[in-house]
Design a protein around this ligand. Structure first.
Ligand code: SF4
Length: 337
């Protein structure tokens, strides 16, 4: 069934067989920006939530939500790819075309993946969500091979732009539950969005999160800001007339995405990072998502030499802090591409 409106597809869940390759690298990859080279498994397509900035508005128009049923086939592909490079640690997320846990109570897909990944030595599953649907994960024997990650934002942004997602307090309480059952946590302060009193909002967000989350449990933290393809502007204005997302000055980058101007992005990241440093463990890997080399320098005081170098820094941090991976990582392995 063809549909002209992406929202129509949110109510109809179709369980589909696996077709073609579904493991790939993150689609936002661009040589003009530093990418963390996470891999993605496109096991779910579409999402029941309604974030005003969501790129699915311009991407999914076939009137359904699809979830891949055949986890054995999915994992066969993962196994083929990771066993070809046993010395490398792969981070693999399921959030490329949806939310990793929003439909978990209906599909059970994430729980099945957690079980498969628990037996792998050189791969880590990342489940990224704006939900609080973690109960199905709690009894699982995950063996430390799954990172449950949250996309976090201020109450103001959640209320005005992330419709139908879990409120911040519920996300924080879900983080507490997963850490109590030994899962590592990923925190994504992305997309940072300019709004009234944003400094105060993001400062208080960090404080509230770290009141509940043990710093040693946080495997990585990403920071990023609002970005979208130019054609999305009209869609956001039509689909979310109350949103003020498109009122800010934005510039088109080399990857064709609209972003806030660089000095503003730097100021926002610096403010957040300044607050984070008061709470995180000193060896926590903090990175910027799809940013320029000079922005890294201005905010974090350094930049990785390449995408492969950043991938290696992840592997090194995860090996040193949690013993993840087959062996101490070697940088050349990660520079190969
Ligand atoms: S949670 Fe993610 S996939 Fe779902 S609507 Fe929001 S941005 Fe889109």
């Amino acid at each position: 069934m063809k549909s002209s409106h992406y929202k129509e597809g949110k109510a109809n869940i179709r369980v589909i067989p696996k077709k073609g390759n579904l493991m790939d690298r993150c689609a936002t990859f661009s040589t003009e920006y530093l990418c963390c080279r996470v891999h993605v498994l496109k096991s779910v397509q579409n999402c029941p939530y309604d974030c005003s900035y969501c790129f699915l508005q311009s991407y999914l128009t076939d009137g359904t939500t699809k979830t891949v049923a055949d986890i054995d086939m999915l994992m066969r592909e993962v196994n083929d790819k990771i066993s070809a490079e046993p010395q490398r640690l792969f981070r693999i997320g399921t959030w490329e075309l949806g939310d990793s846990l929003a439909l978990e109570h209906k599909t059970g897909q994430a729980a099945a993946l957690v079980d498969y990944f628990s037996k792998l030595d050189n791969a880590l599953l990342e489940l990224k969500t704006k939900s609080a649907n973690v109960n199905p994960l709690l009894p699982l024997d995950h063996r430390g091979k799954t990172v449950v990650s949250w996309s976090l934002n201020t109450d103001e942004v959640i209320n005005s732009e992330e419709h139908r997602t879990a409120p911040l307090e519920e996300r924080i309480s879900a983080i507490r539950k997963t850490t109590e059952t030994g899962y590592l946590t990923g925190l994504h302060f992305d997309p940072m969005i300019l709004h009234e009193n944003w400094q105060k909002g993001y400062t208080s967000l960090v404080l509230r999160v770290f009141e509940s989350v043990a710093a040693e449990n946080v495997a990585w933290i990403s920071i990023g800001s609002l970005r979208f393809n130019p054609e999305m502007k009209k869609m956001i204005e039509n689909n979310y007339p109350d949103s003020s997302l498109t009122c800010q000055e934005m510039v088109r980058g080399n990857d064709s995405k609209m972003r806030y101007v660089k000095p503003l992005r730097v100021a926002m990241y610096k403010e957040l990072y300044h607050e984070l440093k008061k709470h995180i463990a000193p060896d926590t890997l903090v990175y910027l998502c799809m940013e320029r080399w000079d922005v890294w320098d201005k905010v974090l005081g350094f930049h990785p030499d390449s995408v492969g170098h950043l991938d290696y820094l992840f592997a090194q941090s995860l090996y040193d802090r949690y013993g993840l991976g087959n062996a101490p990582p070697v940088r050349e392995t990660y520079e190969k591409g």
